[in-house]
Ligand binder design. Structure first.
Ligand code: AKB
Length: 312
């Protein structure tokens, strides 16, 4: 039995649906502190869980014979800078609760990390798995903390901790919230509605990105990989890197009239400028066979088709 926390964010529902196909509907519990829409209730089990309430988490684990935990709760990069105290509480105190819970109940634990776990002094093109990490956001600091705590508990107590550093994730059906890479989702919605996107990053800001179905597949394949295949506990995963101008050009192959204007905002531009422009994911490819299915042209074709389909 597996439980996924912060299940109503950008990634939760999609991952739960993929896992339910493999493990059965009743074996995957989605949780959040918010009430989900009816369609999510209808998809499978959903419960209230607050990462800051240890007793509530313990009750959930004990009552449902939980063996695996996917911990998605976090304030992302831009929103974290606007709410540092809250980001520290959710991203660090919440993580400590989850680590204690996993140790106490012998759970296997997946926690995502991010390109945001790197900083201006990291090698940026490409960023390898192991290098200097000096992020300048509370989000990045909390993710480096998660990587190190998980690895420490793995080495000291044998906790089965697994962590993937995600690029910006691009999804049609679920919106991200408060990230620096969010423009890469919004541009598709704007292209299909008004035909105009105002981008908060400069046109040439290159960042690693990934289609959501590759992100879910990577997560599941990594969770299922035998321990003997893992030389690391925290891996970079990559699929493509693009700039706002490049994704706009690709969208124009389908919607020639798309107009993009650039109005960089200081906070998000500074964050993006401190992140890797490319990820080196050779260890993930070698150790557990990671291979993305979507490049830029497949991503653009799929995003436009999926958003159109949802509208009709
Ligand atoms: C963000 O932009 O903060 C996230 C991330 C890259 O982790 N999407």
């Amino acid at each position: 039995m597996l439980v996924q926390q912060s299940g109503l964010g950008q990634l939760g529902v999609g991952l739960a649906q993929m896992l339910r196909k493999q493990y059965g509907k009743e074996n995957i519990i989605l949780s959040d502190i918010r009430r989900p829409p009816t369609e999510v209730y209808n998809m499978g089990p959903f419960v209230y869980a607050d990462v800051l309430d240890y007793k509530n988490l313990r009750e959930l684990v004990v009552n449902n014979r939980i063996t695996w935990l996917v911990h998605y709760s976090a304030l992302l990069s831009a929103i974290g800078e606007a709410n540092v105290a809250l980001a520290r509480t959710i991203n660090i105190t919440g993580l400590h609760n989850v680590l204690d819970l996993a140790l106490e109940n012998c759970l296997r634990l997946f926690v995502p990390s991010t390109i945001g776990a790197f900083g201006p002094s990291s090698p940026r093109d490409p960023a390898p798995d192991l290098c200097i990490q000096r992020p300048r956001t509370i989000y990045g600091v909390s993710k480096v903390h998660a990587e190190l705590m998980g690895e420490y508990l793995h080495h000291k107590y044998g906790l089965d901790f697994r962590c993937l550093r995600y690029p910006g994730v691009v999804s049609a059906h679920s919106k991200p919230g408060g990230g620096t890479t969010d423009y890469a989702v919004q541009i598709f919605h704007d292209a299909l509605s008004s035909g105009h996107h105002e981008c908060y990053l400069r046109s040439n800001t290159r960042l690693p990105m990934m289609h959501i179905s590759d992100c879910h597949r990577a997560t599941i394949e990594f969770m299922q990989a035998p321990e003997s295949q893992l030389s690391l506990r925290t891996y970079n995963i990559a699929a493509m890197s693009f700039t706002p101008e490049e994704v706009a050009e690709e969208i124009r192959k389908h919607l020639p009239n798309l107009r993009v204007t650039y109005n960089p905002d200081t906070i998000r531009q500074t964050i993006a400028d401190s992140w890797p422009v490319r990820f080196d994911d050779s260890n993930a490819r070698q150790d557990w066979g990671w291979k993305p299915a979507y490049g830029l042209s497949e991503l653009v074709t799929d995003m436009l088709a999926s958003i159109r389909e949802k509208k009709n």
